[in-house]
Write a protein that binds this ligand. Sequence first.
Ligand code: NAD
Length: 433
Amino acid sequence: MKICVVGTGYVGLVTGAGLAEFGMEVVCVDKDQRKISLLQRGIMPFYEPGLDDLVEKNCRDGRLRFSTDLPEGVRWAEVIFVAVGTPPNSDGSPDLSQVEGALREIARSMDGKKIVVLKSTVPVGTARWAEGVLREEAPAGATFEVVSNPEFLREGAAVEDFLRPDRVVIGARSQEAIEVMKEIYSALYLIETPFVITTPETAELIKYASNAFLATKISFINEMANLCEALGVDVHHVAKAMGLDGRIGRKFLHPGPGFGGSCFPKDTKALVHMAQRHGCPLEIVEAVVRVNERQRARMVDKIRRMVGGDLKGRTIGVLGLSFKPNTDDIREAPAIEIIKGLLREGAKVKAYDPAAMENAKRVLPQVTYCSGPYEVASGSDALVIVTEWNQFRRLDLERIKGLLKEPVFIDLRNIYEPDHMARLGFRYCGVGR
Ligand code: NAD
């Protein structure tokens, strides 16, 4: 099966390489010439563990190639995956201009019969709308079907998630399209991956409902953490005991600075927007969004309190800039918002991240970027862990204490034990402990 993936970002590139690994012949197309020439030279345009090996192996085996020539890709392929970005508009609705642009270009190059698969996260009704857009542009004689196939991969574990997903969701109108999609993912049958076959509209909502539910767990435990602080209770024990209940589950019950990334913030807002437009407001999801925004502001309050009430002229060391470990993605990262808050109040910020500093430099040029955690700590009034990269879990704490101006340690991911930190002589605080 010949497949063209349009958009070579976090999702498109993993999808292209993953489908090649499943035995498909794949061309990954992007309009960003820089990305494509890096990929043609075997260099990944972003950091994602294991992706370089998967790309290299499938290119070597001749199943994966990269191009900026979308018309050629469309003519060559039987199935075209659309994996372009759907960033938020200012009113929370997703900006579908990349999707529309891609669809129009695809349509103009269509000859014969094609299946167009929407992998981007798009509102309910987009598959139907896409059919109209394709119909407007497609030359006479071209036939097509639009399928919804939302993606659930997590950045930082994207390769594993794509190759071994919890489920595959396929929203299609014809049996023929369903059979083609089953063939594409046939490698997953072997490992007994559940398939949910449904309408495109249902598939579109499944993606938003899933992300909104996960975001709800995070905002829920963050509110519990705030209450724990007020009551003198340890949220870790609360979350652990809750999570041991099989109906609740342990995952996504980690208190912290609020969720970030390119999905949860925009997808919760898009769902709220979609529901309001249909006269069916989602009060829980609206609260989830509000709680998350407040949580970030609370983190700045926490840091201010820990340095004595005034951030002006203070130097704050920040460890971790990406929205989570094992990625260089800083879209909606809590660290970026928190640093902006610190800078607004007159603090100086030193920072280190194992992968995201180049991206951060573009949005926060005022920050002093360091070569590692110890340089960050050196001369700072406080050290703040914002992203729980593994290398921050085993810091030489005596050395850190010696380097800091004041032994103030703010652990927004609760990776250290409060009692141990107190014994070492730190003024320590976490979230909800
Ligand atoms: P991204 O911004 O990293 O990548 C999008 C790519 O599409 C860019 O490289 C851009 O140059 C390219 N592009 C845009 N228009 C194009 C066109 N007309 N022709 C060719 N290329 C074009 O985005 P992403 O993070 O990979 O997300 C893509 C979609 O997948 C979004 O809808 C997102 O919500 C969804 N999603 C993302 C994740 C994630 O973890 N990042 C997970 C699941 C779903």
